[in-house]
Design a binder for this molecule. Structure first.
Ligand code: CP3
Length: 346
């Protein structure tokens, strides 16, 4: 397929992110490459471990393309994981079936010995995946690169695994404030470099996933979510002044306006608890992305239809990107995804 012109409008996702109101919104899904797809499960089996899949440019390219071939989404998101950053800083990382990620919990004393020298070498396969994708994607499909926000990445580094409320991370912040701030600085700096390399390799949009920003009080949110992301956005923009950046501070609720204003992100990713009226209000200040409850997609039927209609009726007329309010769940039937796409695209 022909590549689009470099100038002039442009892919649907880029148009919405620059504030344009479209007849139908661009559409993609968080975690769109994943276990709900039989072709993903097949590739995943040949790859060995999940990390082997993330670090194999051929296979990571393949699974990134799978949902594009099947559903023709308006955007592809690089297939990788947010935890490749601590891995590239020398932390031990494994993914166990059914248990999610497992890391060696980091202590305050470990932070100064994070290995920064080999960082980009270890991430080279990811940059290669991005570069391959920028050549293989259809001309109308935007390529999204991403990283985890420092707070969310740190919660896994500190606890060593997922937890329901990130109590270990919060306690670490309160008990080892200086070490915590050092960790935020290192992760912010490295994450910015990581995103810049992805943009150099061909990523056209960047998303910063802060899946755990909703567990923090006001002061901690400013310290652990706003300041690190502000640093990342500032640093990326020094190199790529115009690249759209989507911030997804899941659960940030009351803090969403403050987050957008202080971090300078282009668009706000909204989780499904943000009411359509509030989403509309936020969309008046710039593009928003979201925010269908992934369980509505899993349930299908009228629950799915009502969820889609509530979003579409409020946000049509504003710049917005249709997405889920969090990642698609592995048990989601493919027919429900097809039904969602038909309804959103009309
Ligand atoms: O969106 C995409 O399609 C791109 C790929 C992507 C993955 N993880 C692949 C993945 C992205 C953007 C992520 C982000 C990510 N990873 C986040 C932030 C977004 C969110 O979901 O909150 C977080 C917190 C992680 C850490 C992580 N990785 C967890 C907690 C798990 C286990 C949960 C699970 O679904 O198993 C993973 C593993 C993971 N990352 C899988 C995929 C497809 C499943 C692993 C497998 O295939 O066996």
């Amino acid at each position: 397929m022909e590549k689009p012109e470099q100038h002039g409008p442009r892919k649907k996702l880029l148009r919405a992110l620059s504030g344009e109101v479209l007849d139908t919104p661009p559409l993609w899904m968080m975690r769109q490459a994943g276990r709900y797809l039989p072709e993903y499960r097949a590739t995943r089996e040949t790859a060995g471990s999940f990390l082997d899949l993330c670090f194999s440019p051929e296979l990571a390219e393949e699974v990134t393309l799978q949902p594009i071939r099947r559903f023709n989404f308006d955007a592809a998101i690089l297939f990788s994981d947010i935890l490749v950053v601590p891995y590239a800083l020398g932390r031990d990382l494994r993914f166990e079936e059914g248990r999610g990620p497992l890391l060696e919990p980091i202590t305050a004393a470990d932070i100064c010995s994070l290995d920064r020298a080999g960082f980009h070498d270890r991430l080279q396969p990811v940059y290669e995946t991005v570069s391959r994708l920028s050549n293989s994607l259809p001309a109308e499909t935007a390529l999204i690169g991403f990283c985890g926000a420092p707070w969310t990445v740190a919660t896994y580094m500190i606890a060593g695994h997922g937890t329901p409320d990130q109590a270990p991370g919060r306690l670490f912040l309160y008990q080892h404030r200086e070490a915590f701030e050092d960790l935020m600085r290192i992760l912010s700096e490295r994450s910015a470099e990581y995103l810049i390399r992805q943009a150099e390799a061909g990523a056209e949009v960047l998303q910063i996933f802060d899946s755990w920003s909703g567990v923090l009080d006001e002061e901690s949110f400013a310290l652990a979510c706003v300041e690190p992301v502000r640093h990342i956005v500032t640093k990326v923009r020094e190199k790529f002044p115009d690249i759209p950046i989507i911030g997804f501070p899941k659960g940030a609720s009351e803090f969403l306006e403050h987050y957008r204003e202080k971090t300078g992100v282009t668009a706000l990713g909204l989780d499904w608890t943000v009411p359509p009226n509030r989403a509309k209000h936020l969309a008046n200040q710039g593009c928003v992305q979201g925010n269908l409850d992934p369980l509505r997609l899993l349930a299908g039927g009228s629950a799915l239809e009502r969820g889609i209609d509530a979003i579409m009726s409020k946000l049509s007329g504003s710049p917005f990107v249709f997405n889920l309010g969090h990642g698609i769940l592995p048990a989601t039937p493919i027919e429900h995804v097809e039904a969602m796409i038909r309804r959103v695209r009309g």
